[in-house]
Every structure is written in C-alpha cells, then in structure tokens.
Ligand binder design. Structure first.
Ligand SMILES: NC(=O)c1ccc[n+]([C@@H]2O[C@H](COP(=O)([O-])OP(=O)(O)OC[C@H]3O[C@@H](n4cnc5c(N)ncnc54)[C@H](OP(=O)(O)O)[C@@H]3O)[C@@H](O)[C@H]2O)c1
Length: 405
C-alpha cells in the first residue's frame, strides 16, 4: 500500500481532504477528539457500536447534539458501525464504507478501561486483539498516521520520573495497565513494519472541562466524591427521618451548622495525590501534537502539579457540607482498625487506590515544544474548577441525566 508522506498529508489536511477514522468515538476522549477534529474542518468517520437501546448512528447523533456541532461539521461526519473485536469488520467496514479506503489517519480510542482481574479476558480482547484488528485496517487502508490513545499508567508500579519511552515490561498494578503497555508495543511493531507513522498519547486521569465543568464520564475523580455524597445522604436522611440509630452506629452525626460528620480515614500515605488533566487541555494537546509533530512520538498528557488528596478532601467537604474525612498513612490503621463506615467506603475505592497515590512526575519533554508554540499549559485543578465540575456532576445526576430519555 502506497502511503503519503508528511508533506502531502499536511497538504490534504489544509485542503480539507484528509479523512480521519476514530474508534471509541462514543466514549469520553474519542467523542471530544472527534468533535474537535470536526470543528477544525476535518472529515471524520466514527466507528461505533449500537447499544441495546440505540443504533450506532443515533448514539453518535446524540453526542453531536451534546457538543453543539454545526450543520457544516455534521456534513463532514460519517458513522461506520462495527466492533473492533470482530476480525471480519475490517473487510466488511472497508467494503460497506467506501470512505474507509481513503482514510489518511486513524485515532484509536476504543478500549476496555476496566481494572478488574476478573475481566482479564475482555480487557485483553479489546486492548490487544481489538487493537490488532484496527492496526490491520490501518495496514490495509491508505492510513499514513496512527494516533494511539494509551495512558500515562503504562508506567505501572514504577517510582520516580516516568519517561516518554516504550515500556517493555512490568510490574503493573492491574490488567488495564499491562494490556495498554502491551498494546503500545504491538502498535509500534506493526506501524514500523507497515511504514505508518505513530504517535502514542498518554493522558493521566482525565476529568471534565476546566472552564465549564461539563463531562461525559463520572469515574476516577468523581467516583470517590460521589460515594461520600451518597453516604452523607443516606445517614442525613436516617437522622432527619428515622431517629438516626443507623447513623449513630456508624459514628455519623449532623453538626450544629448542618454539616454531616462522616468519620472516614482514607488510606493513601505520603504519596497521596492524583494527576489530573481536564478534557479541554487533553484535546488541545492532542490537536497541537497532531499538527506539529508529524514524525510521531510518545507524549505524556499530564499535570506537572499533581493534586494532594488532602486538598481534594477539603474541596469536597466544603462543597458538599461534609466534615470528618481524613487522608492517613497505613500506620493509622494499625493502632485503630477500620470502622464499619470506612470498610463500606473502601469497598467503593479499592480499584482507584493506585491512582490516589501518585505524586510521580510524568516527563513531558516530547510535547513541550508544541505546547510552548501554542501557549498551552495544563490548568491547575483548584477549588473553583472542582466546584464547576461537581456542579455539573450533580446537575447531570452523576451521568444519569446526561441525555434526555
Ligand atoms: N478517561 C481517562 O481518564 C483516561 C485517562 C488516560 C487514558 N485514557 C485512554 O483513553 C482511551 C479512551 O478512554 P475513555 O475514558 O474515553 O473510555 P470510554 O469512555 O469508556 O470509551 C471507550 C470507547 O471504546 C469503545 N469500545 C470499547 N470496546 C469496543 C469494541 N469492542 N468495539 C468498538 N468500540 C469499542 C466504547 O464503545 P461503546 O460506547 O460502544 O461502549 C467507547 O466508545 C482509552 O484508550 C483509555 O485507556 C483515558
């Protein structure tokens, strides 16, 4: 397959001829990247699956509404239905969607993001087998640039500086990290063999838009906050409506100022912190790197100022009228074992714990020149940003009211 060079790709982009195929375009990062590319004038094909309730096309249409896409941008958008797990879809998709034969670039965002070892077969299938099928499509089409969305957490359990280098082996914290690292190597080997340029993007934890608070996903940052709010509501209503015996048994009380006291210690230790990047910055960096770094590379999209857990706890307590939550080291639990409330809260938190102990530095050397040229810097996750994000989360019912029924 003849592939065009960087200069010709630039010309096709500038002339509005270049076509980008996006996998995972119904997901968080993929939909934002698709919207940004469409707004920038690209022709975009989204690979999407139908859900139980909605055909693929309607799912994408609903997202186009959410992003407020103009009619002209929608005209540049096509939907190809398919499942990356199905090896037959490559041929089928190319025959059934003639535009795919002329794909210049693929942005691969589809992934199984579960951390659970129980889900290993599904996670491996999507992050290794599914990726392999997408790379096959790249090899058979005219694709000259593969944009692979990975994660900063391919760094696994390493300490210290995490470099923008290939990660050939573990230790990894979970099956997600392991399969994402193996996926990168697979993409590297196939793209080298096929003469396809490759960029690997490694975001850390992505949350909502730092300016508006809007988001399509309520995991990672949101989940532990939502769990605390849920406990606040359960015990506050027990106190208000049923005499408060259950709350008292858990050590929960309402203080005179109305704030709910939840005696919860979160075990995080001295490394207690989260590396948070807002989706607006993540997408701006992706767009800048796609345009500026035509040779490809490995790029962290991370925050050089990770946020301490104590700060986030403070923001959450003030915003949601809670007190009593503390970040502690493991030794605190040796002298006083977990109470019932802590055990309950911990059961919600377990999968996220490695990402709540992350004050590591993610090198951002490769993207630095492009970021400097565009004047891009990762916004600080401060209390104002937290409040905007949580206001949106509450309004959207933590995701349940995102789309009208
Ligand atoms: N969110 C973060 O904080 C974060 C941070 C770092 C890296 N990342 C990386 O960013 C990428 C996207 O993550 P995300 O947060 O946007 O996840 P997400 O919202 O869960 O989206 C995953 C997407 O993959 C699609 N998908 C999964 N299996 C598929 C299959 N078999 N066939 C076709 N499509 C399939 C999903 O389609 P359906 O809608 O049909 O399920 C969905 O569109 C992943 O590579 C992830 O590792 C995310």
């Amino acid at each position: 397959m003849m592939r065009i060079g960087a200069e010709e790709l630039q010309e096709r982009r500038a002339a509005g001829l270049s076509r980008v195929l996006i996998t995972g375009g119904t997901g968080f990062l993929g939909s934002h990247i698709a919207a940004a590319l469409l707004k920038a004038g690209c022709r975009v094909t989204i690979l999407a699956r139908s859900s139980k309730r909605l055909p693929a096309r309607d799912r994408v249409g609903r997202l186009a509404d959410w992003f407020g896409l103009e009619p002209a941008a929608r005209e540049r958008l096509t939907v190809a239905e398919g499942d990356i797990l199905d090896p037959g879809w490559v041929v089928e998709a190319m025959n059934g969607t003639p535009a795919l034969g002329r794909v210049d670039e693929i942005v691969h965002c589809a992934s199984d993001t579960s951390f659970s070892e129980r889900k290993r077969p599904e996670v491996e299938a999507a992050n290794i087998g599914g990726l392999r099928n997408v790379l096959d499509l790249a090899a058979r089409s005219a694709c000259s640039f593969f944009h692979h969305v990975s994660t900063a957490f391919v760094a696994g359990a390493r300490d210290g500086l995490c470099r923008e280098e290939w990660v050939e082996s573990g230790p990894f914290t979970n099956v997600y990290e392991e399969t994402k690292a193996r996926g990168e190597i697979q993409a590297r080997d196939i793209c080298r063999r096929e003469g396809i340029r490759l960029s690997v993007y490694r975001p850390s934890i992505v949350y909502g838009d730092s300016r508006t608070g809007r988001t399509l996903r309520f995991n990672a940052l949101y989940y532990p906050v939502k769990a605390a709010v849920l406990l606040r509501d359960i015990y506050a209503s027990d106190i208000r409506e049923r005499g408060g015996a259950k709350a008292a048994a858990m050590g929960v009380r309402t203080d005179p100022d109305g704030r709910v006291h939840l005696p919860i210690r979160i075990e995080v230790g001295p490394q207690g912190g989260l590396n948070l990047v807002p989706i607006d910055h993540c997408v701006e960096v992706f767009m800048a790197l796609r345009e500026e770094c035509l040779g490809g590379g490995i790029f962290h999209i991370a925050n050089s100022r990770p946020k301490r857990i104590e700060d986030i706890v403070g923001y959450a307590e003030r915003y949601f009228g809670i007190r009593g939550i503390e970040a502690c080291g493991a030794e605190a639990f040796e002298t006083r074992p977990r109470n019932a409330l802590e055990r309950l809260y911990d059961s919600h938190l377990e999968a996220y714990r490695p990402y709540m102990q992350d004050l590591r530095t993610y090198e951002i050397r490769n993207s630095a020149p492009a970021l400097a040229k565009r004047g891009l810097a990762c916004p600080e996750f401060n209390e104002d940003v937290f409040r905007r994000c949580m206001a949106f989360a509450v309004e959207a019912g933590w995701g349940t009211r995102l789309f009208p029924a």
